[in-house]
Ligand binder design. Structure first.
Ligand code: C5P
Length: 402
């Protein structure tokens, strides 16, 4: 059984989805795991410790200052004597506490004290999920290495409410736990990768710059996907507002020339995927003082100089990685331009996408790409950027197979 002997510390917090955690306990035990339950006060308003304890066949821990429990097990041991901490459902409030390191009840204290991996299954009203504070907390937790399953889209328990916020289905939570313990050798273990991501900012003067609409979502997702397959990843990122992927060596740069230097410093590597929207031109001589607007003076003209082509330099380098992949953001003649780029830049593959404003690709969450290789063109359906990343990482792993 996939989870034989695994010890799951299950924290149940207070949401209507708590009733599903009863089924979760049953499914985990069926698969050979032991489940030690912890319930918040809120959780006990929805389901009883009696039901939870009966299904888990264990004591249910609810109090931080329980003399009996502390003598018996203690919150520090609870936090450590397990292989994984799972929070299902995870309320917005518990996630907020965890993001800020608050410890004012047993569940939040365990979360602060544990050195075990944490998997959360959030469940809340879509408005709460979309709230800026929750967005910030989730980003913080992701950076801290906390894993998430869900939430899913759909109808809420509240009548007439729909959106993202439903707790992931129980079997999806089980699958996420199983995936965590999956000990199959990873196909990119021992491989190194360089990924560029985001835009570059080319200074005009100390306060102004030339930029583009790249968000870094696709590049960061690719770095994370390569990491998931076991690669050691260096991500060279231009200025973005999204968090650094956990477990990836992220180097922050601003200008194309800095990006080039960072990429060169990261060679040799087995894999290079250049996703950044590098500015083709920089201002030939950026002013070191703010350019002043003065009455009667003529409008300044900016002389541009060409930036180094990082992809092409990597593609023709004596330390050329075994696989070099470029992106081609196009608004017309996608295939033709992609093929020309493949040759010119010395790449093995060009991932071409249509970035016309109507597609919403730049800055958006989805992407529809064509893979242009030396042996033909493959069109992928419209996918989430994470899914494009996962497929691309799998393709790289396939090509690098001994
Ligand atoms: O020529 P174009 O900018 O369309 O090529 C896009 C591909 O080349 C992308 O993979 C991008 O990251 C890379 N590139 C680069 N350095 C540049 C320009 C583009 O690495 N100066």
């Amino acid at each position: 059984m996939a989870l034989t002997g695994k010890r799951v510390l299950l924290i149940i917090s207070g949401g209507i989805a708590a009733y599903k955690s009863l089924d979760l306990i049953r499914r985990l035990r069926e698969r050979g795991a032991s489940v030690r339950p912890v319930m918040t006060d809120g959780a006990q308003k929805f389901i009883t410790p009696l039901a939870v304890g009966a299904l888990a066949a264990d004591h249910v821990f609810t109090e931080l200052f329980s003399r009996e429990d502390e003598q018996d097990v203690g919150h520090i041991r609870l936090a450590r004597d397990c292989d994984i901490v799972v929070i299902a459902p995870a309320t917005a409030s518990l996630l907020a506490k965890m993001a800020h390191g608050l410890a004012d009840d047993l569940a939040s204290t365990i979360l602060l004290a544990t050195d075990r991996p944490i998997l959360t299954a959030p469940a809340m009203n879509p408005k709460m999920w979309d709230n800026a504070a929750t967005r910030r907390n989730i980003a913080t937790l992701q950076t801290d290495g906390v894993s998430f399953v869900g939430p899913a889209k759909g109808e809420m328990a509240e009548r007439g409410e729909a959106g993202t916020g439903r707790m992931a289905e129980v079997l999806d939570i089980v699958a996420a736990i199983e995936l965590h313990f999956d000990e199959k050798p990873k196909p990119l273990a021992g491989r190194s990768a360089i990924v560029t991501s985001g835009p570059t900012h080319e200074p005009i003067d100390p306060v102004r710059y030339i930029a583009n609409r790249s968000s870094g979502k696709q590049g960061h997702a690719i770095a994370a996907a390569l990491r998931d397959l076991g690669a050691k990843v260096t991500l060279v990122s231009g200025p973005v507002t999204i968090p650094d992927p956990h477990g990836v060596n992220t180097i922050h740069v601003e200008r194309a020339e800095e990006m080039m230097q960072a990429v060169m410093a990261a060679l040799p590597a087995d894999i290079a995927i250049m996703v950044a929207a590098v500015a083709d031109w920089r201002v030939a001589s950026a002013s070191d003082q703010k350019i002043k607007k003065q009455p009667g003076q003529s409008i300044p003209t900016l002389a541009l100089a060409e930036n180094p082509d990082i992809l092409s330099t990597v593609g023709h380098h004596k330390l050329r990685p075994k696989i070099v992949i470029g992106f081609a953001a196009e608004t017309q003649d996608i295939e033709k331009n992609g093929r020309a780029k493949l040759e010119r830049k010395g790449a093995d593959l060009i991932v071409a996408n249509d970035v016309s404003p109507a597609t919403g690709v730049m800055g958006g969450a989805r992407n529809q790409v064509k893979l242009i290789g030396h042996d033909g063109v493959e069109a992928w359906p419209d996918l989430d950027k994470d899914e494009v990343a996962a497929r691309l990482a799998a393709l790289v792993a396939e090509r690098l197979k001994p």
